[in-house]
Design a binder for this molecule. Structure first.
Ligand SMILES: O=C(O)CCC(=O)C(=O)O
Ligand SMILES: [Fe+2]
Length: 303
């Protein structure tokens, strides 16, 4: 099935013609808006295929005006894959500090029982540092602050495409270790969170080696797979060269021309591709309430 998200929106009739699925382009480097779909209900084949195609093209889908119980949210996610589960010795967001016991639905909130608080979050791909990272995540907005707490996604395929040919050649075959920030929290350094591991810093374990430039498993596009502030190391290169290259690539991918910033409304569900994007969040006033629920989907080993 093909889908073009431009002037002619895709239309799928459901509920005896009562509602029409519409997927509209968001005017930014990535993103599409989904309306006319009740995601609390079981989906039809045509709807799922249209959403998957739109995700492949636009990397981020924003479902508007949703109201889902937890079981319905889990069913929606399950059309796109199974829930991400980390290895027992790899702590991730929402797991107990040493790994394991990760809930299927993670409460992202500044209220008691939630994770990630109210501070700014640097741009990252969920579970990037695990052996088999997540294919995508869904975040459902239940309570949102009057200002701040916006989430920005970065199009890493566009960031790769925009690199000059010399840089593309230079980095195409490099291997990257992205160290687990949840492990770093358990082993803090007096110097804070490093942006690049140098030989004087003992490596965190376990770690995984992945390509710096990965291939999207569904589109075949090349992706500059690097987070904004995660502790990284390019394997087998001089540390000074590696650190300078990473700084340069980070400055490149953080350009606003690769980004879409989402201002949350209650009832938004955003489903994004962790294999093609980073996401960051702006800070918000801790006196306000922000409550979202997140499901991450399992993925495949990057290549
Ligand atoms: O709070 C947000 O907007 C994003 C949080 C986040 O990084 C996540 O849920 O994976
Ligand atoms: Fe995240």
């Amino acid at each position: 099935m093909s889908l073009s998200i431009d002037t002619a929106p895709l239309r799928v009739t459901e509920n005896g013609g009562a509602e029409t699925l519409h997927i509209g382009l968001i005017e930014a480097a990535l993103g599409a808006e989904v309306t006319g779909l009740d995601a609390a209900q079981p989906l039809e084949a045509g709807q799922v295929l249209a959403l998957k195609q739109a995700l492949l093209e636009r990397h981020v889908l924003v479902f508007k005006r949703q109201r889902l119980a937890d079981g319905q949210f889990e069913r929606l996610a399950s059309y796109f894959g199974s829930v991400f589960r980390p290895p027992a010795n790899v702590p991730v967001l929402g797991s107990d500090p040493y790994g394991g016991n990760t809930p299927d639905i993670v409460l992202v909130s500044n209220l008691a029982g939630g994770v990630l608080g109210h501070d700014e979050l640097a741009a990252h791909a969920d579970h990037h540092w695990t052996p088999v990272p997540s294919s995508g995540s869904l975040l459902y907005g239940i309570e949102v602050p009057s200002e701040g707490g916006d989430t920005t996604w970065v199009n890493l395929a566009a960031a790769w495409d925009a690199l000059d040919a010399g840089t593309q050649r230079e980095i195409a075959d490099l291997k990257l270790i992205t160290y687990n920030p949840f492990l770093r929290k358990l082993k803090p350094l007096t110097t804070g969170f490093p942006l690049y591991r140098t030989p004087d810093i003992e490596p965190l374990t376990p770690f995984e080696v992945h390509p710096l430039v990965r291939t999207h498993p569904d589109s075949g596009r090349r992706i500059l797979h690097l987070g904004e502030k995660t502790e990284v190391e390019i394997v087998g290169v001089d540390p000074q060269y590696g650190a300078a290259l990473i700084t340069r690539l980070r400055a490149h991918l953080l350009q606003p021309r690769f980004a879409y910033t989402h201002r949350w409304s209650v009832g938004d569900i955003v489903y994004w591709d962790n294999q093609a994007t980073l996401h960051a969040r702006s800070a918000f006033d801790n006196g306000e309430r922000r409550v979202l629920k997140r499901i991450s989907l399992s993925g495949s080993r990057p290549y």
